[in-house]
Design a protein around this ligand. Structure first.
Ligand code: C5P
Length: 398
């Protein structure tokens, strides 16, 4: 399995086995993953920051307060698809079980919504201690994944269960954890960006959509294990990792690409599709003739992609989600749009401010059950929440 573009936050805590984290990092990168390391105070006694930085190709985070100033533990917690603690010391497991946030690693573990996998390593007596047994049971019950510890010779002249699992076994557990997302086996089509409607071979009509929200939704769905087809108008956004991208220019091309991508379990229409296109685009550039009046451009109505797919006679996805950009009476207009377009949900946002092209979005989720007002959030976080809601909806047999 490839881990291309998957984001792993690797916490290295105090254990003689910490050197194996270097090997694990190497294996993860070879599999295509991005690895951001966090080194605890204990971990730093056994492996150097420089070695981890060199092998991961990333800067190593080791200080809550430095992280606070430069990137912020919340951003760090939000970044990964999976948090892996390898080795995870007895102390780290205890702090996780207690919900302590007394260093960068424990704070990020408390703040993250990503799944967590731990590879414990400690002296066999520490692993067998009822305190550790209870902590591990509590963490398992809360959904933390475990790999190892293994049985075998330890650094001390004794053996038993407490040895860090081998890097290859940890890699396999990471692959399994990432493959088993709640949207594994589902196909979701997402539209994003503006469309460009040709006036002539060099000119077009478009809008200010950046594609940021749509691309973030595609990335968030893929992070939950979905197979994602992203149909995007011209944008400056990088392709989200692990997503199949179909690039189009016009609304009619976007509709064709969406229909070609069906069937899908869900479809999210985040693109700002141009409502109108120039009726006829001449093959040659329109000339500015001296003395002649400026040309008139007649507009034709574009197809409504969302409404077309929502009314598809054979291949309507089970969940069809539209967006509504409004500048007034946002929820009222969105609720009417939901019915008019025949979609299941509308994500409504107020674009009277700096939403288009901006980093944050304040949205209302309008469904048949009612309206939810979400707080103002980074677009990536809106995407994650929406992806989780889609996973819940598709998991529901009804
Ligand atoms: O009608 P309005 O443009 O406000 O509807 C917005 C929603 O409809 C968005 O989800 C947008 O992606 C979708 N849409 C579409 N095709 C169009 C116009 C809008 O899919 N031609």
């Amino acid at each position: 399995m490839t881990l291309t573009g998957r984001r792993i936050l690797l916490i290295v805590s105090g254990s003689v086995a910490a050197y194996k984290a270097l090997d694990l990092t190497r294996l993860l990168r070879k599999a295509g993953a991005e690895v951001t390391p966090i080194l605890t105070g204990g971990g730093a006694r056994f492996v150097t920051k420089e070695a981890l930085a060199g092998i991961s190709g990333q800067r190593v985070h080791d200080d809550l307060w430095a992280a606070e100033a430069e990137i912020g533990h919340i951003r760090l917690a939000r970044w990964p698809d999976l948090v892996v603690a390898a080795p995870a010391s007895a102390s780290l497991l205890a702090r996780m079980a207690q919900g302590l946030a007394d260093d960068l690693a424990s704070t990020v573990l408390l703040a993250t919504r990503a799944p967590v996998l731990v590879a414990p390593a400690m002296n066999p007596a520490m692993w067998a201690n009822p305190a550790t047994v209870a902590n591990a049971a509590l963490l398992r019950a809360r959904g933390t994944g475990f790999v190892g510890p293994a049985e075998g010779a330890m650094a001390e002249p004794e053996s038993g269960v407490g040895r860090l699992a081998e890097p290859a076994a940890i890699l396999a557990a990471i692959e399994a954890a990432l493959a088993a997302g709640p949207l594994a086996g589902r196909h979701v089509v997402v539209t994003s960006g503006p469309t460009q409607e040709a006036i002539d071979p060099v000119r077009y009509i478009a809008n200010r959509s950046s594609g940021r929200q749509g691309h973030a939704i595609a990335a968030a769905l893929a992070a939950l294990g979905a197979r994602v087809t992203l149909v995007s108008g011209p944008v400056a956004q990088p392709d989200p990792p692990g997503v199949t991208v179909a690039r189009v220019e016009s609304a009619r091309q976007m509709l064709a690409a969406v229909e070609a991508a069906l069937p899908a379990d869900a479809a999210v229409f985040a693109a700002a599709v141009a409502d109108f296109r120039p009726e006829a685009a001449p093959a040659q550039k329109i000339k500015k003739e001296p003395g002649a009046p400026p040309p008139e451009i007649r507009l034709a109505l574009n197809p409504d992609i969302l409404a077309t797919v929502a009314a598809h006679p054979r291949q309507r996805p089970r969940l069809v989600v539209g967006f509504a950009a409004e500048t007034e009476r946002v929820v009222e207009h969105a609720a009417a749009k939901r019915l008019r377009k025949g979609c299941d949900w509308i994500v409504a946002n107020d674009v009277s401010g700096d939403v288009m092209g901006g980093a944050e979005n304040a949205v209302h989720l309008v469904t048949a059950a009612g309206v939810e007002d979400w707080p103002r959030l980074p677009k990536e976080e809106v995407a994650r929440r929406l992806a989780h809601r889609i996973a819940e909806a598709l998991a529901d047999p009804a």
